[in-house]
Design a protein around this ligand. Structure first.
Ligand code: MRU
Length: 355
């Protein structure tokens, strides 16, 4: 499995995903501004991966701070936090990384600044390692819903490349394959940035997982033919009522699945769940520049001067979602908020595959 990101000797090494699958190139980010640029320009993308990149950006930003007290150190970190938070608004994972850092540092406010810097580097590496473990657990919980011989459809890339490794939506797929199940994946191309085409189909092929690439507008026809058994997608932000923000086109796929009686699952690590937001209508949705729509790899394909709307994410209402696969188990969207209730009996509400 290809490495998405790592932190080596104070340098964040980031796989430039905009060049995949034609070239495998790592960019050395020696400064947190370059990490932020990489997130903005989609060298690294996918909610958990940008959360990890933010943790690493914080660690290298911290190394350059000259401070002799905890207060000075925190003041120095503020522009690092704000620069990273300003990159992409929809995924909650950057906020998650900043909140986690603030909390962990507050617990260590009596330690010397040099020790805090070392701690942040160790912490960024821990976030990466834990993410891979979480994805494996999501994989185990989700694989029960994939039967031998099933065909799974996915949208965008919620695979190893979108995470520290293993992937969220690809977690159950990978575990099912490890269990010896013969499965097939349909990957939506995912216009305009083509994450399904360039990334998902590439990473699955690297790992010998059978995959068929389709254009986004083919999904309905294939679903109607009865050729798909279930859908699994990732999420950038899932909120308390079970509404899910994910790559533009996810909502259309979910509606098509419902119409055709196909279960629709969302793989959501807790780092992508925002319990502070009541409904999906509150999620900030990123809109990107027109070039992603008017150009393909530098080639202008649209009429000069045409008006463009490039909405990067949509919200799928909870009513279209069969189950949300987390590292704590699989839950109906209406039960999701109970994960945030201390002492809730999660076993009694966990979804389990029949048979
Ligand atoms: O614009 P992107 O490529 O960052 O969008 C990524 C997605 O929508 C993924 O499905 C989501 O982040 C989940 S990744 C495990």
């Amino acid at each position: 499995m290809v490495k998405t990101i790592e932190l080596v000797d104070g340098v964040v090494k980031m796989l430039d995903q905009t060049r995949l699958p034609r070239e495998v190139v790592y960019v050395d980010c020696k400064d947190y501004h370059v990490v932020a640029e990489g997130i903005k320009k989609l060298w690294i993308r996918g909610a958990p991966a940008i959360g990890i990149a933010a943790s690493m950006g914080i660690a290298i930003g911290a190394n350059d701070i000259k401070a002799s007290s905890y207060r000075e150190f925190m003041a120095g970190l503020e522009p690092v936090f704000q620069t990273l938070l300003a990159t992409r608004p929809t995924a909650v994972n950057i906020q998650w990384a900043v909140d986690r850092t603030r909390k962990l540092l507050a617990e260590r406010k009596d330690e010397p600044v040099d020790a805090l810097k070392v701690f942040l580097t160790e912490e960024a590496n821990r976030v990466l390692e834990q993410d891979i473990e979480i994805n494996r657990t999501i994989g185990k919980f989700g694989a029960q819903f994939i039967k031998d011989g099933d065909t799974v459809i996915t949208h965008c890339n919620a695979g190893s490349l979108a995470t520290g490794g293993y992937g969220t939506a690809t977690g159950p797929i990978r575990v099912a394959v490890e269990q010896g199940k013969k499965i097939h994946v349909y990957a939506d191309e995912t216009r305009p940035v083509l994450q399904g085409c360039r990334l998902t189909s590439w990473e699955l092929m690297q790992d010998n997982i059978p995959v068929t690439l389709i254009t986004d507008n083919t999904a309905g026809a294939i679903l109607r033919k009865g050729e798909i058994n279930l859908a699994i997608v990732g999420t950038d932000r899932t909120v308390a009522n079970g509404d899910v923000a994910n790559k533009i086109g996810t909502y259309s796929l979910a509606v098509l699945c419902k119409e055709n009686g196909v279960p629709f699952y969302v793989a959501a690590p807790l780092s992508s769940i925002d319990f502070s937001m009541a409904t999906g209508d509150l999620i900030p949705i990123e809109e990107r520049g027109p070039e992603e729509v008017t150009h393909i790899f530098g080639c202008h394909i649209a009429p000069e001067g045409v008006k463009v709307r490039n909405i990067a994410f949509d919200v799928t209402p909870a009513k279209y979602i069969t189950g949300i696969i987390t590292e704590k188990g699989v839950f109906r969207p209406e039960d999701l908020h109970k994960l945030n209730q201390p002492g809730a009996d999660l076993d009694s509400i966990m979804m389990k595959a029949k048979g």
